[in-house]
Write a protein that binds this ligand. Sequence first.
Ligand SMILES: N[C@@H](CCC(=O)N[C@@H](CS)C(=O)NCC(=O)O)C(=O)O
Length: 214
Amino acid sequence: MIKLYGFPVSDYYNMVKVALLEKGFQFEEVMVRPGADPAFLAKSPMGKIPCLEVAEGFITETNVILEFIEDSSSDHPLLPADSFQRAKVRELMKSAELYLELVARQLFGGVFFGAPLSDELKQSVGAQLDKGVAALNKLLKFKPYAAGTELTYADIVLYYSATLGGMAVERALGRKLADEIPGLAAWLALMDRNAAVQKANRDRDAALKAMMAG
Ligand SMILES: N[C@@H](CCC(=O)N[C@@H](CS)C(=O)NCC(=O)O)C(=O)O
């Protein structure tokens, strides 16, 4: 059976988990924290999560895993059939990751793990965010989904980038993504009703609770 290695608090892990759930794959979750444990590095060369194990071996890098999931099952496609529209979905996936998730991620140490958050860092992230948000506003459709009328991987990547990233941005910079991205709030509410997202979020919240308690 497919195994998903990682930790349910991770936004990248949840992108893959939601895709597997949404496509109806059977899989087992293996709890592992990212790091330099040689046994894990043998599976995930950078020690990052998520990592997917299939019959043939291991796959890392979320966007690559998502493409693999799509290539592995034609049921319930999460990419459009038309090649231009597929590219537009991939453009949104990449933009959400590069210009929102990875920008906000620079704040995670300060916001979630008590590292120093310098004014310089906040200013730099704020300026990167201005550009990222402007770019996303040009690409997002919200009709009602991120790339158009159907749920795609762009929704899944954007959802976890905008929720965890949005939390860090709000706490560190006092900026609410929903105030800057028209349509985001209604779309987040739509995504919150998705059964796969609900399952991943329930597991995430339980893992967070256990982390806080222990
Ligand atoms: N490029 C990786 C990024 C994944 C990633 O950053 N995962 C985090 C957890 S959310 C991680 O493993 N961090 C540990 C590290 O960066 O060493 C992907 O697309 O899967």
